[in-house]
Write a protein that binds this ligand. Structure first.
Ligand code: NAG
Length: 356
């Protein structure tokens, strides 16, 4: 099937580069990344928003200590999954100056955007971010205008897309910023119908991606909301109550929805199981000394204070700022999901998904 393409204006931005990871044989041709600050690699650097993390101490453990825009001290789990697949960290889509330089990258791209979510209006109070539908617009541009330049033979492009992996890590902001902190939404929707809306919109976007030719999806389930963030001080009780309902409800609906997409559109999927990446579970497994205490000095929004001195023993912490996790957590998720023995990704480990 030919990718379903339509025209889209190209975006002009400034190029960045990150340090190379160890090279390995390519298991899959590319990793395409969608989501929020859990895996944003720097798209928000190029947007007019308060939701930015491109200053120290973010990125302090990256090679060169460059704060490239990730909301953690080092790499995130999208980067570590890429490394397992023998691919470089997928660069932020908006970081390229022009189509010429962007279209040279055929090993994957990162479209994730901090503060955004599945729904169009989620997170927009902080400024501009890329909601999932806009991330998929850019992916469409990648497929139809960038990849097609490098891989002009249709069958080869189709094979590239079929073998590539899509990673989606989203929905947290739809619950925290879009529901908990937005009274209007809570009046319009109860938690069940809001969750249905989220899962339905997610499926609409996944269907669009499938129509462009991709088949293999990794979708992160929704882990417990950490209601200890200063954001939720005033609504801590509601946050705790909602948190208990979200996990079973969102995750059950997510699996059902992915099963329908599998039946109707022939996709393959695996879910990063939320109970396996629960903060307390991970803390116990890796022996973290500090579970909720942030490593950096935080401001009133829960982010790191610009240019402040972070904790020294960063591998002993799970939270880097009040809302975002440290590199050790990200590496744990990627390692466990790649290797099938722990059941962190179900029904397939990423290794199995890549080999199909
Ligand atoms: C979200 O915005 C896009 C345009 O950017 C639009 O095509 C889409 O229909 C919107 N989605 C919803 C659910 O309103």
């Amino acid at each position: 099937m030919a990718p379903l393409c339509r025209s889209l204006v190209t975006f002009v931005a400034i190029a960045l580069f990150s340090c190379p990871l160890s090279a390995r044989a390519h298991v899959v041709p590319a990793l395409y990344v969608f989501g929020d600050s859990t895996i944003d690699a720097g798209n928000n650097n190029f947007l007019n928003t308060l939701a930015k993390t491109n200053f120290t101490p973010y990125g302090i453990d990256l090679c060169g200590k460059l704060p490239l825009g990730r909301a953690t001290n080092g790499l995130n789990y999208a980067d570590f999954i890429a490394e397992h697949l023998g691919l470089p960290p997928p660069p932020p889509y908006l970081s390229f100056e022009d189509q010429e330089s962007r279209s040279k990258v055929i090993t994957g791209m990162n479209y994730a955007s901090s503060s955004c979510g599945i729904l169009n209006h989620t997170g927009t109070r902080a400024g501009k971010c890329l909601p999932l539908s806009e991330q998929v617009d850019y992916f469409e541009n990648t497929v139809c205008h960038d990849l097609s330049r490098q891989i002009p033979i249709k069958d080869e492009l189709n094979l590239h897309l079929e073998k590539s992996i899509i990673l989606i890590s989203i929905a947290g902001n739809d619950y925290t910023l879009g529901y908990l902190l937005d009274e209007k939404m809570r009046m319009m929707y109860d938690i069940t119908s809001y969750t249905e809306l989220l899962v339905h919109s997610l499926a609409t976007n996944i269907k669009r991606m499938a129509e462009l030719g991709v088949k293999k999806f990794i979708v992160r389930g929704m882990p417990m909301i950490s209601c200890l963030s200063p954001f939720f001080k005033v609504i801590k009780q509601q946050c705790d109550e909602l948190g208990k309902e979200i996990i079973p409800s969102y995750n059950a609906q997510l699996v059902k929805s992915m099963d329908s997409l599998k039946a109707e559109h022939g996709i393959l999927y695996t879910i990063i199981m939320p109970e396996k990446i629960e903060i307390n579970t991970v803390a116990a497994e890796i022996g973290s000394k500090f579970t909720y205490e942030p490593c950096c000095e935080i401001n009133e929004f829960g982010g790191c204070i610009k240019d402040s001195e972070p904790c020294k023993n960063r591998d002993d912490y799970l939270h880097f700022d009040a809302a975002h996790l440290t590199q050790v957590f990200h590496k744990f998720v990627a390692d466990r999901c790649f290797d099938g023995t722990s059941g962190t990704c179900k029904p397939y480990s990423i290794f199995e998904l890549s080999a199909i």
